[in-house]
Design a protein around this ligand. Structure first.
Ligand code: SAH
Length: 455
């Protein structure tokens, strides 16, 4: 028998919020049918309007509160929730940290099946705002003007924004200064619908400790009219710009950067510092967006690895080499592997500028390079993995376990794939000790986790 959906679009219903989804929406139920509601916190009683229904759930919007949570922050800026810039900022920071710990516990128990693995309290920031060292800002035409902002969640409707709340303030200030320059030179913002215009996105990176700025203009076409004068004006009006890059993005997709890069001004990279080392970061390379918390994360991984002077360490998914280079002085040898060749170029340069000689970096997919290393009988004592959200492949997990390391330090930015992979490691005899969530992304629902697996 087909189950009836108990609500239809535009219905108004009262619900009590019971839970939060993994992306921070409140969950209220009508006859066991869940409604996902932005800006609603467990314990609250709210009247919602149903926005959209599907077979399994609906989306709703709060119309009014009968009961408000003590975890609620007043003065909620709805654009930050609506666009997903800061979808948790209606919750106190303590409640956010607790939410993240609970989320990790849930998946570790449910997906991983590890009932007795402890998930510690989330390590948070002292000041949980203005932390992002990188901004990726869409540029569009709105009411006949060039606008910067953010898309409303699940849409391509631009919401103009000047205060991005979680970005380092120098980045917001740079955006505010750049807009009138682009207008003055009549730069055409990209129009997705008609496939016209030129400037699609602006990406800004800031060295957290060095204050250097990299400005990347992502354009549809190769030519930007009067680009020399535009660069000159930007460098004059925005402090500390040390690199300007154009990225040419001809395709019509949601990827931020294009494939072709042209240096417009200054260096091809900016520099930043992490745990005392200096790093050069190019436009294409991955770099942790929260420098302070990246240091906290790396320190956690290094401490938990209990490194010895004789250890051979593999830094898998190494990006520009930051983890391996941070611990190289504590061990005998570090091998890094990473799929983006520009990042490996950066990693090699970074070893050089920090005078670190006991490291080797290799370009390639970690799963293939590990098979090769296994064949060559490489015997690491410690393997550190820090994969993207999709986690590790089964073949990688098998190859890494066959190398028989004493410890595998797993750093993850997605608790669900993390829990899935921990289970596979457990089947091969590697058990996690405890899980430490670290808040790299305050005000958002993202969570970073670290654990150590031992035989
Ligand atoms: N450890 C680094 C980077 C972590 S992000 C740091 O802390 O900065 C994950 C990295 O994995 C990215 O640099 C990405 O380019 C890389 N990557 C993604 N898939 C990969 C694969 N199959 N093999 C190797 N590296 C991969």
């Amino acid at each position: 028998m087909k189950k009836e959906i108990p609500v239809t679009k535009n219905d108004k219903v009262w619900v009590v919020i019971e839970d939060l989804t993994h992306d921070g929406r409140g969950v209220g139920k009508v006859d066991y049918y869940p409604i996902f509601i932005e800006n609603a916190i467990p314990g609250e009683e709210v009247e919602v309007r149903v926005l959209k229904t599907t077979k399994k759930f609906a989306y709703g919007k709060v119309l009014q509160w009968k009961v408000k949570s003590e975890n609620r922050v007043e003065d909620v800026e709805s654009d930050w929730i609506r666009t997903g810039i800061a979808p948790l900022h209606h919750m106190t920071y303590d409640a956010q940290l607790q939410f993240k710990q609970n989320q990790v516990e849930k998946v570790i128990h449910r997906i991983g099946g590890f009932d007795s693995v402890e998930v510690k309290a989330t390590k948070g920031m002292e000041v949980p705002s203005k932390y992002r060292n990188k901004a990726q800002i869409p540029v569009r035409k709105l009411n006949d003007r060039l606008e910067f902002g953010f898309f409303r969640r699940n849409s391509h409707d631009l919401v103009p924004i000047e205060d991005f709340y979680i970005q380092e303030p120098e980045i917001d200030a740079a955006l505010i200064a750049i807009k009138p320059i682009l207008e003055r030179f009549n730069v055409k913002p990209y129009d997705e619908k008609n496939q016209t215009g030129n400037l699609k996105n602006i990406v800004i990176r800031k060295g957290h400790y060095t204050n250097q700025l990299m400005i990347v203009l992502v354009t549809k076409k190769k030519k930007i009219f009067k680009i020399g004068e535009i660069c000159k004006a930007i460098v004059e009006e925005v402090p500390n710009v040390s690199s300007m890059i154009q990225s040419i993005h001809t395709e019509n997709n949601n990827v931020i950067l294009g494939k072709e890069f042209v240096r417009l001004y200054g260096d091809e990279f900016i520099e930043d510092e992490l745990l005392g080392n200096t790093y050069q970061i190019s436009a294409k390379s991955f770099y942790q967006v929260n420098t302070k918390q990246a240091e906290c994360l790396y320190q956690e991984a290094i401490d938990r690895a209990e490194l010895k002077k004789t250890d051979v360490v593999i830094d898998a998914y190494c990006g520009i080499g930051t983890i391996g280079l941070s611990l190289a002085d504590k061990v005998s040898k570090v091998y890094g592997v990473e799929v983006v060749s520009d990042a490996i170029e950066d990693a090699k340069k970074n070893a050089e500028i920090n005078h670190i000689e006991n490291v080797e970096f290799e370009v390639g997919k970690a799963e293939y390079v590990f098979d090769k290393w296994l064949e060559e009988e490489m015997k690491p004592n410690v393997i550190i993995v820090d994969p993207p959200r999709k986690g590790l492949s089964e073949s990688f997990i098998e190859a890494s376990a066959k190398m028989n390391p004493e410890k595998i330090v797993y750093i993850s930015c997605d608790p669900a794939t993390f829990a899935r992979d921990l289970k596979l490691y457990a089947d091969l005899g590697y058990q996690p000790d405890y899980v430490q969530p670290i808040d790299m992304f305050p005000q958002t629902s993202h969570i970073e986790c670290v654990t150590v697996l031992k035989k």
